[in-house]
Design a protein around this ligand. Sequence first.
Ligand SMILES: Nc1ncnc2c1ncn2[C@@H]1O[C@H](COP(=O)(O)OP(=O)(O)OP(=O)(O)O)[C@@H](O)[C@H]1O
Length: 567
Amino acid sequence: MSTHIKFIAPYQSMVPIVDECRDEIDDIEISIEVGNMEEGAKIAKEAERDGYDMIVSRGGTAQLLRHVTRIPVVDVTMSGYDILRVLMMGDEFNQKKALVGYPNMMRGAQAIIDLLELSVDLFTIDSIDEIEQTVYEIRESGYDVVIGDVGTVESAKRHGLEAFLIQTGRETILEALEEAKASDAFFKWNFSRTDMLSKIIKYQDRDVMVIDEYGQSLFEAWHSFDERPFTDDELRQLPLNVDFKYKVNWQYYTRGKQQIDVKIEQFVHDEIFYFLLHVHQHDDLLAQLDWVEQFSVKQKPTVIADSEPMQAVMRVIHSGVENHQLFFLVGDAGTGRGLLAHYIHHLSWSGKTLLEVDLSRSQFEYLDELLSPEVGTIYLRHLTQLPPERYYMLGRFLRKAMDTGKHVVISVNESVVHWFDTQLIDQSIEVFMPPLSDRPDDFKGLVTLFAAYFHQHFGTSVVKIQTDVIEELKKYEWRGHARELKSFLKSVVLSERGYVLKHEHVKKYLQEKYSTRASSVFQLEGTLDDIEHQVIQSVLEEEDYNQSKAARRLGINRSTLWRKLKQ
Ligand SMILES: Nc1ncnc2c1ncn2[C@@H]1O[C@H](COP(=O)(O)OP(=O)(O)OP(=O)(O)O)[C@@H](O)[C@H]1O
């Protein structure tokens, strides 16, 4: 296969010499164009678009082209013959002569000048930017003739001096063309070998990808996916999450009901890190179990604990989390057990998933699915609704969860540790959740936090709470604890248009609440449907109008609840 060469000659008189050389070397096809520096760069970009294999050029132009194109550029370096020729020609003239050039060329030139006793003075430059000043000084020092490369000759002419260009001879051009041909052969061989290896890997029935330390793709082969299953952002993040302590790292992604497991192996080549990703896709069974909810707790949950009883709770959690895997959060609904489960999870497993499991609706044959490696904490709710014949199975599941290093948090209304064997109890801690009535010092924090939450999420206007509002709220009996307080506050701030939550506004609302509570005993008059409607409304209220949660508590699915609400 021929090598297609674009020869970019920085000056016109080079063209006939290159033209003469083109037939001397087999298997090359040369197209010649003239263009110095920027002009040459334009030609190089076109050559890249047109699919040329190599570019050949000279001096400063060749250097520049290496920055503007991805095609390999061969530089026609100046040879001793080229310099000898121009010096001999210059010697014919009697005027004062100066040779301008880069250090490597000057060493050879000096040797020739000494041997042949020529009368030429040398001016060495280190970069193209020095030409103008050097030529100016040469003229000021009384020289008549300047010898040099294209840039030097152009400058000399501008300064009104006689100028001789160092012409490249045939043998130098032939040498450059040979080099271009050999390099191209090497690149093509290397490319075909890489191509062959890629094909072999692609034939393997695997989904693999190689990325560099910036998450740039270097190689990828997909079999189970129509396209790369990661976004550019995910790929950029991926190397940052690798823990180099381990030979193999894992990362997990969820795509709808599918789960993607990525095994990451790192290797170093030429002091640069690369990552080989083995990608495996499977059904995310957890997403299909409607009694399991998945959470990724990235941000540390804010827990208000200004009161002494709540501070004691936090102390137990902080000191227990290192050496215990099983937590019983004992207390009434609404005291913040769910929030603490998220908090415990965040302390140990912020990168992993938290599962909230409704035991009252769980299917025990799927329980082991909860133990997958991406899960850090399992939060079990409604334990007391579990039929007693299930306790033994639950104990077995808890032991397995402990063995796989997970944290398990169980919320209960009263202590149940006597259900379980000593081994499990030794690994567990009971945390007693104080009722809100025992924690007056938490009111300020809770009310401020809830108001800020509604302001952020629903755009409510209240940003400040009058002190006597807090005192008023403390007087009320919050049977639903923090949850009831939060739900009450939501109605209050939604109805308030001002920035300050005032005492009289809250008091009015509290009075309304007192009066509805007095009458909130279910009316047993009316049909079964009427009574059912009251129960549903009451559970909905307690669950913050979250229909999924209300449906779960009522033991019906969401569509049934929806239908009943519509009736
Ligand atoms: N100490 C606290 N600091 C901040 N927010 C709290 C605190 N306690 C409870 N909350 C908030 O009150 C609401 C009810 O709390 P949570 O859901 O944790 O109660 P629970 O005891 O788990 O009740 P249930 O078991 O019925 O869900 C949540 O929005 C929670 O964030």
